[in-house]
Write a protein that binds this ligand. Structure first.
Ligand code: SF4
Ligand code: MG
Length: 278
């Protein structure tokens, strides 16, 4: 299927930040030499949710807000796949919020890329949980939430316009997931030029953590302090916010995977495939 399927051209407005996020995803898959047939991109509902139509990988369009449990199931069923969940702030931080908290807690090894623009672009620009007038710093900050949950292992934020950094962070997120080091959470500040053009405000106020040696991304407490201090100045941190040295042996999903994974169900899986072969 990944050979015969022709990816669709994006349907986004010219200038939408999602182009940057998609370019970073395809660039990272290329750079890491991950074949399309070993990659599964699952997406939520919204403008950003169409990203899986535009890539030559396996794809799945999940129910609204349900991309994380679906991606967890895919990862458990076949841990050899590189699994990327993608979606927007409306999908992930409103209807999907319960799943986000528990996916941080469970720490399964796949990447989640949230394209955050503060609005529900697909339904004409209603404010989402991250909407702030004039592109001010977020009142709801997923990075702070992630830092407050002790099991999180990878927290990063990029900006669609700062492509070099976004490319690096996307590669790092995929590597973290592929090395079975846990859940790689990457938020992309991805302006909606049609309903909430935050390019100028974000460009002027973002603070790049990667540009300073003072930030140690392995220090959770310091990262928490930095993000909170920036918020009091009305600014947001971008870059590698936190990444710990978790090893595959720490994977809390291992016992679950042993019960529901491909090996455990090899004969049932073979029977299903035989039905399609005959
Ligand atoms: Fe992007 Fe906004 Fe257009 Fe949707 S409405 S494609 S989020 S610019
Ligand atoms: Mg949105």
């Amino acid at each position: 299927m990944t050979t015969t399927y022709t990816p669709a051209p994006p349907i986004w407005c010219a200038g939408c930040g999602h182009f940057g996020a998609q370019a970073a995803i395809s660039g990272a898959l290329r750079e890491l030499d991950i074949p399309a047939h070993e990659t599964m991109v699952l997406a939520g509902i919204g403008c950003s949710g169409t990203v899986q139509n535009n890539l030559g990988t396996y794809g799945y369009h999940a129910l609204h807000g349900r991309v994380l449990p679906t991606a967890t199931g895919v990862h458990l069923a076949n841990p050899d796949l590189t699994v990327i969940a993608a979606g927007g702030d409306g999908d992930g931080y409103a209807i999907g919020m319960g799943h986000l908290v528990h996916t941080f807690r469970r720490n399964p090894s796949f990447a989640y890329i949230v394209m955050n623009n503060g609005v529900y672009g697909l339904t004409k620009g209603q404010g989402s949980p991250t909407f702030q007038p004039d592109g001010a710093a977020l009142e709801f900050d997923a990075a702070s939430l992630a830092l407050s949950i002790p099991t999180t292992t990878f927290i990063a934020r990029g900006f669609a316009r700062w492509t070099d950094q976004l490319n690096r962070l996307t590669v790092a997120a995929l590597e973290h997931a592929r090395e079975r080091r846990g859940f790689a959470f990457l938020e992309v500040l991805s302006p909606c030029v049609t309903y909430n053009d935050t390019y100028p405000a974000w460009e002027a106020t973002l603070h790049d953590l990667d540009a300073s040696d003072a930030h140690d991304p392995t220090d959770r407490t310091a990262a928490f302090g930095t993000v909170a201090a920036l918020a009091t100045e009305g600014r947001m941190a971008v870059g590698m916010i936190y990444r710990n040295g978790a090893s595959p042996a720490d994977d809390p999903m291992r016992p679950v995977a042993a019960k529901v994974g491909r090996e455990a169900n090899a004969s049932a899986f073979a029977k299903i495939l035989d039905r399609y072969r005959s």
